[in-house]
Design a protein around this ligand. Structure first.
Ligand SMILES: Cc1cc2nc3c(=O)[nH]c(=O)nc-3n(C[C@H](O)[C@H](O)[C@H](O)COP(=O)(O)OP(=O)(O)OC[C@H]3O[C@@H](n4cnc5c(N)ncnc54)[C@H](O)[C@@H]3O)c2cc1C
Length: 297
């Protein structure tokens, strides 16, 4: 890149040629040409505007828990929003900045005696990633509790999108189509009993721990649920558990997960994904689509 971003934005932490394997939950992936850590809406807006003026491609990361970043890395400017993490409570509403951890936000809700967000107690993403993906678990979904989201649109304007405008679907939101950056979200919860909320969160985290291979790096469920089926069951019934390419392996504990068991690369992940998709197709004629986002060069 001709423009030196670190010179342009001295007040923002920007790392050059930063290995993204330091951030991704799979511990894989190449380098970001520039990785910026904005701490405010203004900084995010300024970075986006500058990138657009200079035709620099922009990629947004939250907690990098649903990502495979190519081993060749990401060209241009990568924004990681984890330093924008304020969470505030006002009555029955919680507003969290995009980089706030979903887990932390559920803890704030519990401490405020607000119920409705317990389902997310173990989802390791950020609020921005949760809105983008319509993250959900155990019968709950971001869709069900989100009132509005603040989004930086492609024109560089900060807009408020309502729940209806976000057009949530299964692991889908309008932001995926429009390419905006989620800056914050406001959730409307209900008053509840703090002890019961904590018990529910503990119970769901217990279930998670007993079913998911949390002892290894991973990106959660790799594939979307195909209509009328469960990806994990199809993979299990295809005899793929334990299948390995390099250091990436279809988990023996939960067939929907691909775990990094031994210094895997993103290419190992991509190879396992491809093999699983081909095998399930050959056996059941069912197409497995990835839930995980594969990005980079
Ligand atoms: C062990 C484990 C368990 C998991 N369990 C669940 C689960 O139960 N339910 C579930 O739904 N998911 C689960 N996940 C997946 C993941 O946590 C969610 O998809 C989460 O919402 C991703 O958030 P993130 O901040 O990590 O997003 P990232 O992985 O950083 O990004 C995911 C996508 O969102 C985009 N994005 C991120 N932030 C923004 C933003 N502010 N504005 C615009 N786009 C943005 C990125 O560009 C990318 O395309 C799990 C993952 C792991 C590793």
């Amino acid at each position: 890149m001709v423009v030196n971003l670190t010179e342009q934005f001295k007040d923002i932490k920007i790392l050059k040629n930063e290995p993204l394997s330091n951030y991704t939950w799979t511990k894989t992936g190449g380098k970001a040409e520039f990785l910026a850590f904005p701490t405010s809406v203004d900084q995010t807006q300024a970075l986006l505007e500058f990138a657009q003026q200079n035709q620099i491609p922009v990629t947004v990361l939250g907690n990098a828990s649903n990502l495979i970043v190519s081993d060749n890395g990401i060209v241009g400017l990568t924004l990681i929003l984890t330093e924008m993490k304020k969470i505030t409570v006002a009555g029955e509403r919680i507003t969290a900045e995009a980089g706030a951890a979903y887990v932390k936000t559920t803890q704030v809700a519990q401490a405020a005696g607000l119920t409705g967000m317990e389902f997310a107690a173990g989802i390791p993403g950020s609020i921005g990633g949760g809105v983008y993906m319509n993250a959900g678990a155990y019968g709950g979904e971001t869709d069900y509790i989100l009132e509005t989201a603040q989004v930086l649109d492609q024109n560089g304007s900060v807009v408020t999108m309502t729940n209806a405008e976000l057009d949530f679907g299964y692991r889908h939101s309008k932001v995926q189509d429009n390419g905006g950056i989620v800056l914050a979200a406001t959730f409307k919860l209900k008053p509840g009993n703090k002890t019961l909320i904590q018990m529910e969160m503990d119970h769901l985290n217990y279930l998670r721990k007993s079913k998911q291979p949390l002892e290894y790096p991973s990106c959660g469920s790799v594939f979307k649920r195909p209509k009328g089926h469960f990806a994990g069951k199809l993979i299990h019934d295809s005899g793929l558990q334990g299948y390995r390419s390099g250091g990436a392996e279809v988990s023996k504990k939960h067939a929907g997960f691909i775990v990094n068991v031994d210094h895997a690369t993103a290419t190992d992940y991509e190879n396992v994904i491809k093999h699983v998709q081909e095998t399930v197709w050959d056996k059941f004629k069912i197409k497995l689509e990835t839930e995980v986002r594969v990005i980079g060069k």
